[in-house]
Design a protein around this ligand. Structure first.
Ligand code: MG
Length: 203
């Protein structure tokens, strides 16, 4: 499986990092070795002094497809989850300055914790979902999928022009404002509507 991630998909987050609001989606990949499941602890790597949390809604692709039209894209995911797109911001900043790719900042081992998946049918409206992240009991990030610049269906249509989507592939759909550094000992708790799906420690 592969993990596809969308950058700068909430305007307030693009602004907080002084990035332009994009007119086409910003896409990057993480390998399967980035996946961290079952709320296992995240061990802070020693190559970065500034690992940021980015709370995101994650789609799980339910069947293979390529060149999927936006009209049919909703049929390609049945379950959603919350994930953290851990980002080594110091490494990313250095690479951005030089116009270099982001993999060392984004695709390292365990950089993609993902919660259990829940059926999208469980929610009245997945296009108006509230989600939020608390760190050590303090509210850090809060988003609503109604504020996505590129919708779930647009993203599936867009990426499937370039990559065949396979069953089990994951799509991180972008983070709202409020990203910040994590420290050893932090407890991260993520909620989709009122359901706590993420609860793990940084070690
Ligand atoms: Mg992200």
């Amino acid at each position: 499986m592969k993990i596809i991630a969308i950058g700068r998909n909430y305007a307030e987050h693009a602004k907080e990092l002084n990035n332009p609001v994009p007119d086409v989606p910003v896409i990057f990949l993480k390998p399967d070795t980035a996946l961290l499941k079952d709320n296992k602890p995240f061990y802070h790597p020693d190559f970065s002094e500034d690992i940021h949390h980015e709370l995101e809604v994650v789609l799980k692709i339910s069947k293979e497809g390529r060149h999927i039209s936006q009209k049919f894209a909703a049929g390609y995911y049945e379950e959603i989850a919350l994930g953290i797109d851990f980002t080594a911001r110091d490494i990313q900043s250095r690479h951005k300055e030089k116009g270099l790719p982001w993999e060392l900042a984004k695709a390292f081992d365990n950089s993609a914790p993902v919660s259990n998946f829940v059926p999208k049918s469980q929610f009245a409206d997945i296009y108006k979902l509230n989600f939020h992240l608390d760190v050590n009991g303090q509210s850090r990030q809060a988003g609503n999928t109604g504020d996505l610049l590129f919708s779930f269906e647009y993203i599936i249509a867009f990426v499937s022009k370039y990559f065949t989507l396979k069953k089990g592939d994951l799509i991180f759909t972008g983070t709202p404002a409020g990203v910040a550094k994590v420290n050893v000992g932090d407890r991260l708790e993520g909620y989709l509507e009122n359901q706590k799906l993420i609860d793990f420690y940084v070690k």
